[in-house]
Ligand binder design. Structure first.
Ligand SMILES: [Zn+2]
Length: 227
């Protein structure tokens, strides 16, 4: 075999790409030719070093990718955590500003009674600009006691479109009212259309934080004139 042909074939031989016939011829040539034997050893060595270098580079690339991935994972955790924390803060803030209510202190509430024909209106007005009031009515059907609980809340936004509850929209300007329709001095027209003959036991109980006030329904009619 020719030296130059041998040298040309060495890389393929090392990579096991040559045929068995060629391998046999090359091995036979190496036995006889010291120069080509040396050349083969050198090439083999170079290729091995090259392979290990490649493997090292690959490993380095893989390590780098792993690092990047774990960094990304950490970033995702941090971002998700931050978003959750932010959401929690917003939800709690929203709750305290717009949802949370408390029973009003009567010193913050100005109550007035107005009558127009047979309709008597109880108005509860907040004395503080930054609060609004909400009157929640609970009627017990047995002996007619109309329990009105006065709630207070922060009046942050004057704009109605921001108010989520329709009651809150109605409770603008810091005040709230409840109306009673009388048929006459001694008869109340209930929400369900029934007529209610008033007795000495029928009353309105207005609940504030520390105490409650009672008004006899009989006294409500013409109450304005008495004031
Ligand atoms: Zn040779």
């Amino acid at each position: 075999m020719d030296h130059n042909v041998f040298k040309d074939l060495v890389p393929s031989y090392i990579e096991n790409l040559t045929s068995e016939e060629t391998n046999r011829l090359m091995e036979k040539h190496m036995e006889q030719c010291a120069e080509c034997r040396e050349y083969f050893k050198e090439m083999q060595g170079d290729l091995l070093i090259g392979h290990t270098k490649e493997q090292k580079n690959e490993k380095r690339n893989i390590d780098y990718l792993k690092k990047v991935r774990s960094k990304n994972r950490k970033k995702i955790f941090v971002i998700t955590g931050s978003l959750l924390a932010l959401f929690l803060v917003l939800a709690i803030g929203y709750h305290f500003l717009f949802v949370h209510m408390w029973i009003a202190d009567d010193s913050n509430v100005e109550t007035s009674i107005q009558q127009q024909d047979n309709i008597v209106t109880l108005t509860f007005q907040s004395k503080k600009d930054n609060r609004y009031l909400l009157a929640i009515e609970q009627q017990s059907s047995q002996n007619y006691t109309d329990l009105i609980i006065i709630y207070e809340n922060w009046n942050i936004l004057a704009d109605k479109k921001w108010n989520i509850h329709s009651e809150l929209a109605a409770a603008q300007q810091g005040g709230t009212d409840i109306t009673y329709t009388f048929l006459n001095e001694n008869t109340l027209l209930l929400d369900n259309g029934e007529e209610k003959k008033l007795t000495e036991d029928d009353k309105i109980k207005i609940q504030y934080k520390d105490h409650s006030e009672e008004i006899l329904l009989k006294d409500l009619y013409h109450a304005e004139k008495q004031h």
